[in-house]
Design a protein around this ligand. Structure first.
Ligand SMILES: [Zn+2]
Length: 232
C-alpha cells in the first residue's frame, strides 16, 4: 500500500509539473489534477465497495487510471456502477470548483471547472476505454458501435477541431474500443450470465447516464458563457 501511495503521488507530481510547463499556471494545473483525482477516487471507492482489488490512481499528463480488479469475474451491473461513480464524483468536484470560482470571480477556478465538465462528459461517450462504454455494458453493449463511434467523431468535430493530433487520438481510441468490442462479443458467448441484466436495471442505468450527460452538457455551456463574460 505504501508503495502504491508513493507511485500515485510521484505520478501526480510529475504530471502536474508537465502541465505547469505547458500551461504556465500552477493553479490551473493543480486544480485540473485534483478534479481528476476526485473522478478516479470515485472509481476506486466503488471498486473497493464491490470487493475488487484495484490500485490507487496512476497519473499521466493526459489522464489517470486505476488498474486491477478482474472485471470479467463480475457482472455488467457492477461494472456499470463502478464506471459511473467516476464521472459522478468528478461532476460534484467540478461543480464545487465552479461555485467557488463564481463566488470569488476566480477565472482560473472557472477554467478548471469547465475543463472538468468537458472531461467528465467526454468520458461518458459510450465507447470503451471511456467510462460510458463500461456503463453501456449494463444497458445494451451494441450502443458502443452505433452511438459510440459517431459520438467520438462528433466530439472531435465540435470541440477539439479535426487537426492531425486529435485525429490520431481518435484513431487510437477506436482501435482500443474495437478490441474491447471483440472481447465482449466473445464473452457474451462464453459467459452470457455476465450480461444478464433485468430491464428495470437497464432503464435505471440509462436514466442516470442520460441525466448526468445532459447536466454536464448544460453546465459546460453555462460555465463557458460565464467565463467569457468575466474575462471581457
Ligand atoms: Zn473514469
Amino acid at each position: 500500500m505504501r508503495k502504491q501511495i508513493a507511485i500515485s503521488l510521484v505520478s501526480f507530481a510529475l504530471s502536474v509539473l508537465l502541465w505547469v510547463a505547458f500551461t504556465g499556471s500552477i493553479k490551473l494545473s493543480l486544480a485540473f489534477f485534483l478534479l481528476l483525482t476526485v473522478h478516479e477516487m470515485g472509481h476506486y471507492f466503488a471498486a473497493r465497495q464491490l470487493g475488487w482489488n484495484v490500485t490507487l490512481p496512476l497519473f499521466t499528463p493526459i489522464g489517470a487510471f486505476i488498474s486491477g480488479g478482474d472485471i470479467f469475474s463480475k457482472t455488467a451491473t457492477q461494472e456499470a456502477y463502478m464506471a459511473i461513480c467516476g464521472p459522478l464524483y468528478g461532476t460534484i468536484a467540478a461543480l464545487l470548483c465552479y461555485a467557488y470560482g463564481l463566488f470569488t470571480h476566480d477565472t482560473i477556478c472557472l477554467q478548471a471547472a469547465l475543463i472538468g465538465f468537458f472531461l467528465n462528459l467526454f468520458n461518458l461517450i459510450p465507447f470503451s476505454p471511456m467510462d460510458g462504454g463500461r456503463i453501456m455494458m449494463a444497458v445494451e453493449r451494441r450502443v458502443c458501435i452505433f452511438v459510440g463511434i459517431p459520438a467520438i467523431f462528433a466530439f472531435l468535430y465540435y470541440f477539439a477541431g479535426s487537426n492531425p493530433i486529435n485525429l490520431l487520438i481518435v484513431l487510437f481510441i477506436i482501435q482500443a474500443g474495437w478490441q474491447d468490442i471483440v472481447a465482449r462479443r466473445q464473452m457474451a458467448q462464453e459467459r452470457p450470465e455476465y450480461f444478464a441484466v433485468g430491464w428495470q436495471t437497464r432503464v435505471a442505468v440509462l436514466g442516470v447516464y442520460l441525466l448526468l450527460a445532459v447536466f454536464l452538457f448544460v453546465t459546460m455551456r453555462i460555465s463557458a458563457f460565464q467565463l467569457t463574460s468575466l474575462m471581457q
